[in-house]
Design a protein. Structure first.
Length: 604
C-alpha cells in the first residue's frame, strides 16, 4: 500500500523548494530577493509623493526647489516601478523554466525510475496526477511556493509601514480594518479548504478525462473507433468527465465571486469611512493637505496590503499543500534494493533459477495469480510455460525478472535470493520480450540497441536482426537501420506490421545478450513460415542461455527441454513433450485439440 497524504512541515517544504531552485535555477531566487523589498519600497514612495508635493505647495516652497523634489521622487518611483515590472516578468519566465526544467523532469524521472511494483498501483497514478496538477495549476502552484513566501514578506513590510502611518493618524483604525478584512480573509480560507477537500476527486476525474481524451486521438485506436463506432461512447465519457470537472470549477468560481464581492464591499466601506473621518479632521484641526493625502493613501493601502497578506497566506497554504502533493509522489518509497547488492552471476556462466513457494496477488484481486509455486530451472535449460489465458504465465515471468515483488516465497538466482541484488543490476540478467512492448520515437538501430549512436555495434545489430528475421526488411528501407519509427512523432517514419514489430523487439532482446532470455509469446504475430523459421533458429537464439518461452502453440514447445503447464496460478503438469503426452493429462488434451485443427486444415 502506498502512503498518499503525508504532511511535510512548512520549513521542510521551504527548504525542499529552495534546494531544487538553487540547484536548477539560481536566477529565480535572486530575482525574488530583489523583488520583495522593491515592492514595499515602491508603495511607500508612492504614498509619500503626493504628501511631499502638497506640503511644498502649502508651504510656498520656491518653484525650482519644488520641481527638483518632485522630479527626483517621480524618477525614483518610475525606476522602482520599471524594475518591479521587469523583475515580475522575469520571475514569471524563470518560474516557467524551473517548472519545466526542474519539476517536470523530477516527475518524469520518478515515474520511470520507481519500482514497477509501485508503478502499477492505482494510488500511484492518482498521486502522479496530483503532482502534475501541483506544478501546473496557476493558483498556489507548487512552483510558485518561494515567490509567494517572498511576496508575503514584501507585503508585510508595506503593511508595517502603513500601520505606522495610520497609528499616527488614529490607532482605532487598525482594529476596525483588521475586523473588516479578517471577515474577507475567512472567505478565502474557506474556499481554500473546499479546494483541498476535492483535490483527490478532481485528480481522479482529471486522470480519467486524460485517458479517454488520449484514447480518442490515439493512433492505435483510430481504426477501432471507426469500425466499431466508438465515437458516441468516447464522447459520452469525455462529456461526463468534463461535466464533473466543470462542477468543481463552478463551485470554486462561485466561492471566488462571493469572496471578491465581500472584499470589494469592505474596500468601499473603508474608503468611505476614511474620507468622512479625514474630511472631519481637516475641517476641525490644523491637518495639512499633505497629511490628508498620506493618511488616506495609508488607510486604503493598509486594506490592500492586508488583503494581499491574506491572499498570500491563502495561496501559501494552497501552494504548501501542492508541494506536499509533489513530494508525496516523489517520495513513494521503493521496496526493491537500490543500494549496493550482491554481485551478479558471471555473464558467461549459465544461470540457475529456483522459485520457492512463490505467491503473488495483484492489488485488489480476490485470488492469487501465482499461488505457492515452486520450480527449479537449471542453468542453460529451456523451459516452455503453457496454459490457458489468465493462467498466470506473464505474471510469473514478471516476478522472475524482478518487476513484481512476491508477497511470499523466494526467487533464487544461482542460490542467491533475488531480493539481495541491486534492482537495476538485476535487470541486466534478462533479455525480455513482453506481450505489450512499445517503440521509442527513434531510429530502428536505437530501438534495438537502446544506446547512443556512437556506441552501436553495427555487426552485432545486423546479426541480431538476421536472427530475428527483420534484416531483409530493414535493408529494403531507404535509410536502412537509421530509418525513424513512430509516425505520431516523426513525419514519414517507417510503419511496421505487427509481425515486423515483434521481430524488431526480438532483435532488441537478442542484442542485449543477457544470460536469461524470456520470450512471452514471441510468435503470436508471426506468419506460419516466419514462425517455423523461428523454431528452427531457436537453439541459436538461446545458445548458452537459460530460456523461458511462453506460447499458446503447443507444437513450438517441442524445442524446449521441459514444459510447465500452468493452470489457475499453479503448476499442474511438468515434463518433456513426450512425457506429458504419455501422461494423458490436460497438456495431452490441449495438444490433441490443437493438432486436430491443424490436421483438419491440412485435409482441407
Ligand atoms: N495489472 C493487473 N492487475 C490485476 N490483475 C491482473 C493484472 N494483470 C493480470 N492480472 C490478472 O492475473 C491473472 C493472470 O494474468 P497473466 O497476464 O499472468 O495471464 P497469462 O497466463 O499470461 O494470460 P495470457 O495467456 O492471456 O497472456 C489474470 O486473471 C489477470 O486478470
Ligand atoms: Mg500473458
Amino acid at each position: 500500500m502506498i502512503v498518499t497524504n503525508k504532511k511535510y512541515g512548512y520549513f521542510s517544504n521551504l527548504s525542499f523548494m529552495a534546494k531544487h531552485h538553487w540547484h536548477g535555477h539560481k536566477n529565480y531566487i535572486f530575482i525574488q530577493l530583489f523583488l520583495a523589498p522593491l515592492g514595499a519600497l515602491t508603495s511607500v514612495v508612492a504614498a509619500f509623493l503626493p504628501k511631499i508635493v502638497l506640503d511644498c505647495v502649502e508651504n510656498s516652497v520656491p518653484p525650482l526647489s519644488l520641481l527638483t523634489k518632485v522630479t527626483s521622487l517621480a524618477l525614483l518611483l518610475c525606476i522602482c516601478e520599471y524594475l518591479r515590472n521587469f523583475l515580475s516578468v522575469k520571475s514569471h519566465h524563470e518560474r516557467n523554466n524551473a517548472r519545466c526544467i526542474i519539476f517536470h523532469k523530477l516527475i518524469c524521472e520518478k515515474t520511470m525510475g520507481m519500482d514497477y511494483n509501485n508503478y502499477i498501483y492505482n494510488e500511484t497514478r492518482v498521486l502522479r496526477e496530483k503532482a502534475w496538477n501541483a506544478i501546473n495549476s496557476w493558483e498556489g502552484s507548487a512552483s510558485r511556493y518561494l515567490e509567494l513566501n517572498f511576496s508575503f514578506i514584501s507585503s508585510f513590510f508595506g503593511f508595517s509601514a502603513f500601520t505606522a502611518i495610520i497609528v499616527e493618524c488614529n490607532p482605532w483604525f487598525i482594529p476596525i480594518l483588521v475586523v473588516c478584512y479578517g471577515i474577507s480573509a475567512l472567505g478565502w480560507l474557506l474556499l481554500q479548504k473546499y479546494k483541498d477537500s476535492v483535490k483527490d476527486k478532481f485528480s481522479a476525474v482529471h486522470l480519467k478525462l486524460g485517458y479517454v481524451t488520449f484514447r480518442s486521438k490515439d493512433f492505435a485506436n483510430a481504426k477501432d473507433i471507426r469500425v466499431y463506432n466508438m465515437t458516441d461512447f468516447l464522447m459520452r465519457k469525455i462529456e461526463k468527465h468534463l461535466k464533473e470537472m466543470q462542477g468543481f470549477y463552478t463551485k470554486k468560481n462561485n466561492g471566488h465571486y462571493i469572496n471578491v464581492l465581500i472584499e470589494d464591499f469592505f474596500k468601499f466601506s473603508v474608503s468611505l469611512g476614511a474620507y468622512i473621518y479625514l474630511v472631519h479632521l481637516k475641517l476641525n484641526s490644523s491637518m495639512t493637505l499633505g497629511d490628508f493625502s498620506l493618511y488616506f493613501g495609508a488607510i486604503t493601502g493598509f486594506g490592500a496590503y492586508l488583503a494581499r497578506l491574506v491572499d498570500s497566506v491563502a495561496e501559501i497554504i494552497e501552494s504548501d499543500h501542492n508541494v506536499n502533493d509533489l513530494r508525496n509522489f516523489l517520495n513513494i518509497p521503493d521496496n526493491m534494493n537500490k543500494s549496493v547488492g550482491k554481485p551478479l552471476p558471471d555473464r558467461n556462466t549459465k544461470v540457475e533459477i529456483e522459485l520457492k513457494n512463490l505467491s503473488f496477488t495483484y492489488d485488489g484481486a480476490d485470488s492469487p495469480s501465482v499461488d505457492n509455486l515452486s520450480l527449479k530451472i537449471n542453468g542453460g535449460e529451456r523451459i516452455a510455460i503453457v496454459g490457458v489465458n489468465g493462467a498466470g504465465k506473464s505474471t510469473l515471468v514478471k516476478l522472475i525478472c524482478g518487476l513484481f515483488i512476491p508477497q511470499s516465497g523466494q526467487i533464487l538466482i544461482n542460490g542467491t535470493d533475488s531480493a539481495l541484488f541491486n534492482r537495476d543490476e538485476y535487470y541486466t540478467l534478462f533479455s525480455t520480450l513482453f506481450q505489450d512492448c512499445a517503440l521509442l520515437p527513434a531510429s530502428i538501430a536505437k530501438n534495438i540497441c537502446l544506446c547512443e549512436e556512437e556506441k552501436i555495434d553495427r555487426k552485432r545489430l545486423y546479426d541480431c536482426m538476421h536472427l530475428a528475421g527483420i534484416k531483409e526488411k530493414v535493408e529494403s528501407l531507404p535509410d536502412k537501420e537509421n530509418s525513424l519509427l513512430v509516425r505520431e512523432v516523426h513525419d514519414g517514419a517507417t510503419a511496421l506490421s505487427g509481425g515486423e514489430l515483434q521481430r524488431l523487439l526480438l532483435a532488441r532482446a537478442l542484442y542485449k545478450d543477457a544470460p536469461i532470455i524470456i520470450l512471452d509469446e514471441p510468435t503470436a504475430a508471426l506468419d506460419p513460415i516466419a514462425e517455423n523459421e523461428m523454431y528452427l533458429k531457436y537453439s541459436a537464439l538461446t545458445e548458452n542461455k537459460t530460456a523461458i518461452y511462453i506460447s499458446h502453440r503447443l507444437s513450438s514447445t517441442r524445442f524446449c527441454d521441459r514444459i510447465i503447464l500452468l493452470d489457475n496460478a499453479k503448476i499442474i503438469e511438468s515434463g518433456t513433450h513426450e512425457e506429458l503426452l504419455a501422461l494423458g493429462g490436460k497438456y495431452a488434451e490441449m495438444f490433441r485439440t490443437q493438432s486436430k485443427y491443424y490436421r483438419q486444415e491440412e485435409a482441407v
